[in-house]
Design a protein around this ligand. Structure first.
Ligand code: FEO
Ligand code: CA
Ligand code: CA
Ligand code: CA
Length: 596
């Protein structure tokens, strides 16, 4: 039966779907279809995907691979709009058969460069509330790739730490890498987090700063760019700083395909999951950000300037500089229960909650470093090292961090951490040994949205409640909720309900990843209900909840990632259809869901 909740999206929860099932599953009465798939042409001059004969030229005019962050931004008419998606990475093993030929590897490397980055695609529909179609040759259509030029902004732009032989000014960077989650700003631009950029470089890793981002030294990468493009070889003295030019929050303007996208150094360098912006009481802009690595940190950026609500071009240009100047903070969580009550097994402490207080510790103020022994350029380029020095709290892989637009409370998805309790100590904010299923923290700013103190409590301890005793759903009866594991991306509907998409459920609770709704207020608070499930080996990304129109959108990335060209494990979304443009391989796609 349909559960109470968002009027436009009443649904009965679906059952969890076994991890070997290659199907996209929605609730009874709902339908789904892809809006756009990997390889669909954005321009009439681009061909449809020819799976066996892909080329870099074709790919540079087609929708990219592995879509992660997604937004669907309607124009005022409601009949046109724009889709923005991140293309986080490629899965070479299911795109091409094995080869040892260096020339073929280079040809494929150029395809990978064109398949990554971002896409902007115009949408249209007959009437507001209906499902969307994408527009070939839309005026705003754009592909951003590993060769698109970005402008570095903020205090680390122009510093010696970001100069290379090709960019002696340290101000112009070719490309964006590992674009994971993101956020759409109140001024209509899209922020995107450069996350696992480290995987695209052969690393010398001969300094502590490099090691903090790369782990160990390496000589080869999966995309193979370092074999023929020296900027991906950090052993090359001319490009030793090239990795320092990635790991930023980037900002693109989807309304102007000729605009130069920005990389904001003031927001720090890490494996940025994404950034989500809210306007503080005094008009300053606050961005929340996670560094997705085991035992890394949660960050907050507060702009110096104030948001201009006008929609003129001048106001927009001014707003697009807000993230270039401001203060960067890292979070320290303090529990309020005795340390001895945090046992690692998930038993609630005697006060009945995993909760406490917290502090935003400054790393920069007024454009200056406040970290002893580090310049502002060093703090921003080697932000992880700076945060290590000020006693920030090591977290269980912070993914999406998103403020609820209705309440200003901030939700932190902590996806999992096999090292918790071993390489990092247990604490009340990260209380599960080897945290396999992840958790979600609810954070309440106690000195205003831009302030420096907060309160917090754990909203969810994820897992399958029929199998894991410690699971916790804000006190809601656990026999009534859907199993959920590895929370990743977050979104809110118009009523303020939290929506969570997951990445990692197959390997932890044995079900395919999915999308879940969680009411945050009233007697339904904590009632996790599964809305959809993605195909085999896929991750659920995006999510965009347009509940007033009865529409939900997700980006389905890496379906069938464990297969091969000769033995694909997923055929999503075409499933052998004879429709034009279908291919016998999985295609990462943006999917829309609507009801009767
Ligand atoms: Fe690309 Fe942290 O997920
Ligand atoms: Ca407590
Ligand atoms: Ca993610
Ligand atoms: Ca989000």
């Amino acid at each position: 039966a349909a559960k109470p909740g968002t009027a436009g999206l009443a649904f009965g929860a679906i059952d969890p779907v076994d991890r070997l099932v290659d199907a996209f599953t929605v609730p009874e009465g709902y339908h789904w279809s892809p809006i756009i798939r990997w390889g669909d042409p954005l321009f009439s001059s681009s061909p449809a995907l020819d799976f066996a004969n892909q080329s870099a030229t074709a790919q540079s005019g087609q929708f990219g691979y592995n879509n992660d962050y997604l937004d669907i931004i309607a124009d005022p008419s409601g009949k046109t709009g724009v889709l923005v998606a991140n293309h986080e990475y490629v899965n070479p093993g299911i795109m091409f058969p094995p080869t040892g030929d260096p020339a073929e590897k280079q040809r494929r490397g150029e395809i990978y460069k064109a398949a990554q980055g971002m896409s902007v695609v115009e949408l249209r529909r007959r009437a507001a509330g209906e499902p969307w179609s994408y527009v070939v040759d839309g005026e705003r259509n754009r592909r951003i790739t590993v060769e698109t030029v970005f402008e570095l902004t903020g205090p680390a732009a122009g510093s010696d730490l970001v100069k290379t032989a090709a960019d002696p000014e340290g101000r112009w960077v070719k490309g964006t890498l590992g674009n994971c989650a993101g956020g759409t700003t109140p001024w209509g631009t899209v922020l995107s987090g450069e996350e696992n950029f480290n995987g695209y470089f052969a690393w010398a890793a001969d300094t502590a700063e490099q090691k903090r981002y790369s782990g160990t030294s390496t000589t080869t990468t999966e995309t193979g760019w370092e074999a023929y493009d020296p900027r991906f070889d950090a052993h090359d003295a001319d490009y030793v700083n090239e990795p320092n030019r990635f790991g930023w929050i980037v900002e693109i303007d989807p309304s102007d395909p000729t605009s130069t996208p920005l990389k904001h150094t003031a927001m720090g360098r890490m494996k940025h999951e994404g950034a989500n912006v809210i306007i503080a009481e005094d008009g300053r802009v606050v961005a929340y950000m996670g560094d997705d690595e085991r035992n890394d940190y949660l960050y907050k950026f507060v702009s110096k300037g104030r948001y201009t609500a006008a929609t003129s071009t001048g106001a927009k240009k001014k707003n697009q500089r807000l993230l270039s100047e401001g203060d960067l903070f890292v979070a320290r969580f303090t529990g309020n229960s005795p340390v001895g009550e945090i046992t690692g097994g998930g038993a609630l402490p005697s006060d009945g909650l995993f909760d406490g207080a917290g502090q935003w510790i400054p790393l920069t103020r007024d454009g200056q470093s406040v970290v002893p022994g580090m310049s502002v350029e060093e703090v921003l380029v080697y932000t992880r090292r700076a945060a290590d020095l000020v006693g920030a709290t090591k977290m269980d892989r912070p993914e999406d961090v998103e403020p609820n637009p209705r309440t200003g409370k901030v939700y932190v998805a902590l996806t999992n951490n096999s090292a918790r309790g071993t390489s990092s100590p247990l604490d009340e904010a990260n209380p599960i040994s080897g945290n396999r299923f992840g958790h979600v923290i609810e954070l309440t700013e106690t000195a205003g949205q831009a302030g420096e103190t907060f309160g917090w409590s754990i909203l969810l301890l994820c897992g399958d409640p029929s199998k894991t005793a410690y699971t916790y759903f804000a006190g809601f009866p656990k026999e009534l909720v859907s199993p959920i594991s590895c929370p990743d991306n977050l979104a809110f509907d118009s009523e303020g309900n939290l929506w969570i998409s997951t990445d990692g459920a197959p390997g932890t609770i044995g079900y395919n990843d999915g999308l879940f709704r969680v009411p945050l207020e009233g007697d339904q608070r904590g009632n996790v209900q599964q809305f959809l499930s993605v195909p085999r080996e896929a991750e659920t990304c995006g999510p965009v909840i347009h509940d007033r129109e009865g529409l939900v959108f997700v980006a389905v990335q890496h379906p069938g990632e464990n297969g091969s060209v000769s033995a694909q494990t997923s055929l999503f979304p075409d499933y052998g259809s004879t429709a034009a443009g279908s291919v016998a391989a999985p295609r990462p796609s943006v999917v829309q869901v609507w009801h009767d």
